[in-house]
Design a protein around this ligand. Structure first.
Ligand SMILES: Nc1ncnc2c1ncn2[C@@H]1O[C@H](COP(=O)(O)OP(=O)(O)OP(=O)(O)O)[C@@H](O)[C@H]1O
Ligand SMILES: [Mg+2]
Length: 311
């Protein structure tokens, strides 16, 4: 894996996202804070993993940083530019360089559009200057790049396997030469043998195109393999953020320890974490909620882990 340069491609500051809670008779009752005060940066060529239990706010963060579902408060800067300050036209141009790959490629694809037409749509929308022949060539080369036979360009989504469908989505995501991709559980719906192929493709594309990823996943082993750094999300807050090896070998926050202890990893460090998960001490001294740097680039939330409650 390459060492990542130092300046951020995406910089998220104090991101919060609330959803209105409606009472069952339709009145507005309160708000639900899905994500609170989350900050992180991703450098060019870097993969940041985002892990946490279901409902912890991972997809909410993914949708907020791509402005698919803008944040309630906080700033998102892409290559130094605050996305909230852009005009709708400028935001549209910028969003071409920020792409998302979702868990369910079948839902992302249009069943009435051939795979070739689906990938070509990116050019039709954002590159109206492109001649039809140029577009056709570009789509065929994207197909080859993601490991699909260009003879399949005329096929429809139901005529592909799950792994092939995810490759089509990846082809569309890289069509406009993005520098940042949010991959929200991109392999969760795939067969185990296909998962590694798709992850290897993402890695190859990163090396070739200098892409940065926000990689959202439940698969802690894959996250360790793929990600340079990992952020652990718990109930809408980052409770720990560190370089991957450091996080897996020396998890400090009780929730991180519990998360790592819950997966069977054939690894002595994980076994130590499993044992340490029984400890319930405060992970770092400081004001509750604040992230404290406990080692170089290793941040831990100062608050203790409250008792389990339903969320
Ligand atoms: N549009 C919405 N309106 C109201 N609440 C929402 C909305 N989207 C998400 N939520 C709530 O916000 C919380 C975080 O949801 P989110 O989808 O970000 O979780 P997640 O970490 O991606 O979970 P999973 O691992 O299951 O995908 C959940 O409690 C969810 O119910
Ligand atoms: Mg999700």
């Amino acid at each position: 894996m390459k060492a990542a340069p130092a300046y951020p491609v995406i910089s998220v500051r104090n991101l919060s996202k609330s959803y209105p809670l409606r009472s069952w008779w339709g009145g507005k009752a309160d708000v639900f804070r899905a994500v609170e005060d989350v900050s992180f940066e991703i450098r060019p060529g870097e993969t940041l993993g985002l892990v946490g239990e279901s409902g912890s706010g991972k997809s909410t963060i993914g949708r907020a940083v791509t402005m698919l579902n803008p944040p309630t408060s906080g700033t998102i800067a892409f290559e130094g530019i605050d996305l909230a300050r852009l005009s709708p036209q400028a935001l549209c141009r910028t969003r071409a360089r920020i792409q998302t790959v979702f868990q369910d490629p079948y839902a992302a694809l249009n069943p009435r559009m051939s795979a070739g037409a689906y990938v070509a749509e990116a050019f039709r929308l954002h590159r109206p200057d492109m001649a039809r022949s140029e577009r056709r060539e570009a789509v065929a080369s994207l197909f080859a790049r993601v490991g699909l036979d260009p003879h399949f360009l005329g096929r429809y989504p139901h005529q592909f396997s799950g792994g092939q469908r995810q490759r089509i989505c990846i082809a569309r995501a890289i069509a406009l030469k993005p520098s940042f991709i949010v991959a929200d559980e991109p392999i969760a719906a795939l067969d185990v043998s296909i998962q590694a192929q798709v992850v290897n493709l993402l890695q190859d594309l990163q090396d070739d195109l200098g892409l940065s990823y926000l990689f959202i996943s439940h698969d802690l082993r894959m996250v360790r393999y793929l990600c340079h750094r990992v952020a652990v999300l718990w109930r809408g807050r980052i409770v720990e953020l560190a370089e991957s090896d450091r996080l897996y070998e020396d998890p400090r926050h009780p929730y991180t320890r519990r998360l790592l202890a819950a997966v069977p990893l054939p690894d002595p460090a994980a076994e130590r974490a499993r044992l340490a998960a029984r400890e319930t001490t405060n992970p770092a001294p400081g004001r509750p909620g604040d992230l404290v740097e406990v080692g170089p680039g290793h941040w831990v939330a100062a608050d203790p882990l409250p008792e389990e409650t339903d969320r």
